[in-house]
Design a protein around this ligand. Structure first.
Ligand code: SF4
Ligand code: SF4
Length: 402
């Protein structure tokens, strides 16, 4: 199996990646030392403080992909120590998890949407435009219930996870066969074009799958590109100006998709008549919505703390509303807003487009966040138990041979 690798031979330990890291930001000399420790597999604060924002991959002038070295070290930690039981809930291919928790409290109309996406996977007529409804869409099916997406056939189910969270947590060994399987299944649908609902899926399919040796036989486009194209070509007709000031939460994956990708939500928001006011750290220097804070610490309270930090940073801009274009950001910031209700209203860019085109969005994000918090339950959150993915351990040894 191929996998994304750190290019050690090109790394001169200059430390630029870690000194410019938005989280660590250590002086250059120390950054070089920490990098050396990381390369040698020694203890370093990087492994406990990194929030997997992936910015360092952009920063390295030699294209070494230092983030992939961090992933490898996290993977070694996982192999030694396993994961706390609560992590199971964020892994899309384990059950119970966030998808089953979300589904439990979902209204009937959204459950029916999920069934129809799964059913559509069996069709595979080919030729048309397909919307890949990855895990994030499966938390918020109602977001896809809009005239804006008319003409697209949505497909998706739990088993068709692109593997983003496994990649992001360094569980690369556990991704074995996953990109091949998902790539084969998507190719078998023979779409003319596949549109990703989430920027994370787009980044995975476009840039990470090739590292695993997986190619796709169709045109790939991200939903934000598709929407902007629709606005430019008149397929999406704006009827109302939304006279508001908006600040934007960037997606970690979007940073790696480039400046023109980061421009898209801003251009959409401005086209709807809003003024964009940027957070102190935005675009390529943006901080994660909070989800990544828990990726290295495995601590859900770190995730909530990260979300509240972002809500406060958004507040400091003086904006009227916070715009997200990734559904994970929508979930995590909405969870943050449950514990910090003072935060401004959060809108997915699709919901704003609905408003600007004369549709009434369903706005179920806060209810979903509350249901998810309730569904997680204290027992899982505080459990001291550990596990290895797909492996039942007995007496410290893997009983299933995984
Ligand atoms: S990974 Fe790149 S930026 Fe980081 S120390 Fe090595 S050469 Fe420098
Ligand atoms: S992934 Fe982000 S937080 Fe982690 S070291 Fe790289 S730049 Fe810093």
């Amino acid at each position: 199996m191929g996998r994304p690798l750190f290019r050690e031979s090109s790394c001169n330990r200059c430390g630029l990646c870690l000194s410019e890291c938005p989280v660590l930001g250590v002086p250059r000399e120390r950054a070089g030392e920490e990098m050396e420790k990381l390369v040698e597999g020694r203890e370093t604060e990087v492994l406990s403080r990194c929030t997997s924002c992936m910015t360092c991959n952009l920063l390295c002038p030699a294209g070494c992909s230092p983030y992939h070295l961090i992933l490898r070290r996290w993977e070694e930690r996982y192999e030694r120590e396993g994961l706390p039981l609560r992590v199971r809930t964020v892994l899309p291919l384990e059950t119970p998890n966030f998808l089953s928790i979300a589904r439990e409290s979902m209204p009937e109309d959204e459950r029916r949407m999920l069934s129809s996406w799964s059913e559509a996977l069996k069709g595979g007529k080919g030729g048309g435009e397909i919307l890949y409804a990855g895990c994030n869409a499966q938390i918020f099916p109602y977001l896809l219930r809009t005239r804006l997406l008319e003409g697209l056939t949505a497909v998706g189910e739990q088993s068709l996870c692109c593997g983003e969270i496994y990649y992001r947590m360094g569980l690369l060994g556990k991704m074995e066969g996953l990109p091949e399987r998902v790539g084969r299944r998507l190719n078998s649908l023979r779409p003319k074009k596949l549109i990703t609902f989430c920027p994370a899926c787009y980044h995975m399919l476009r840039d990470i799958y090739p590292d695993f040796g997986v190619g796709l036989d169709f045109e790939l486009q991200d939903l934000r590109e598709w929407l902007w194209e629709g606005m430019e070509k008149g397929r999406i007709e704006l009827r109302r100006k939304l006279d508001k000031r908006a600040t934007i939460q960037d997606s970690c994956h979007a940073k790696l998709l480039g400046e023109s990708f980061l421009d898209l939500p801003r251009k959409m928001v401005e086209a709807m008549g809003m003024e964009v006011v940027e957070m102190e750290r935005s675009r390529r220097r943006a901080m994660c919505c909070g989800i990544a804070e828990g990726i290295c610490s495995y601590n859900p309270f770190d995730i909530v703390e990260g979300a509240v930090r972002q809500l406060k940073e958004a507040e400091r801009t003086g904006a009227d509303l916070l715009v997200v274009y990734c559904a994970t950001c929508l979930l995590i910031l909405s969870i943050g807003k449950v514990v910090y209700p003072a935060g401004m209203p959060i809108f997915h860019v699709l919901e704003l487009l609905q408003l600007a085109t004369g549709e009434e969005p369903l706005r179920r994000n806060m209810q979903r966040a509350e249901d998810m918090i309730r569904g997680l339950g204290e027992k899982t959150v505080f459990s001291e138990e550990r596990f290895w993915v797909g492996c039942e351990r007995e007496g410290g040894k893997c009983a299933t041979g995984a």
